[in-house]
Design a protein. Structure first.
Length: 100
C-alpha cells in the first residue's frame, strides 16, 4: 500500500499511548500535538478509532533527528556571544559619534 508506514520493527519496540509518550518525553500531554505540528514528533498511528498510538522507535528517531551535536551547540553559543559583542561595539561607536 502506498503511504503505508509498515516496516520491520525491533522486537522490543512498543506502541505508546499519549500518557506514555508524555511520561517517556517528560512533557505535559498537551504538548504532544503542538510538537507534532512543529515537526518534532511523528504523527500517531491509529490501531482503533480515537486511540492514537506512537511507536517508541519513531519517537526516539524523531528526537535523534532534532538533537543538536555538542559541536553545533558550542558554535551556536559562540556565534550568539560574538553577535552580542558586535552589537555592543556598534552601539558604543554610535554613542561616541553622537557626543562629537
Amino acid at each position: 500500500m502506498p503511504g503505508s508506514r509498515k516496516r520491520k520493527r525491533p522486537a522490543d519496540d512498543v506502541l505508546l499511548n499519549a500518557d506514555e509518550v508524555a511520561a517517556f518525553l517528560k512533557i505535559r500531554k498537551e504538548r504532544i500535538y503542538p510538537a507534532i505540528k512543529d515537526g518534532w514528533l511523528p504523527p500517531p498511528s491509529y490501531a482503533l478509532p480515537k486511540s492514537p498510538r506512537w511507536w517508541r522507535s519513531e519517537i526516539v528517531a524523531a528526537l535523534d533527528k532534532h538533537m543538536e551535536t555538542p559541536t553545533a551547540a558550542v558554535a551556536r553559543r559562540r556565534a550568539a556571544i560574538l553577535a552580542r559583542e558586535a552589537a555592543a561595539r556598534v552601539a558604543s561607536r554610535e554613542e561616541t559619534n553622537a557626543q562629537i
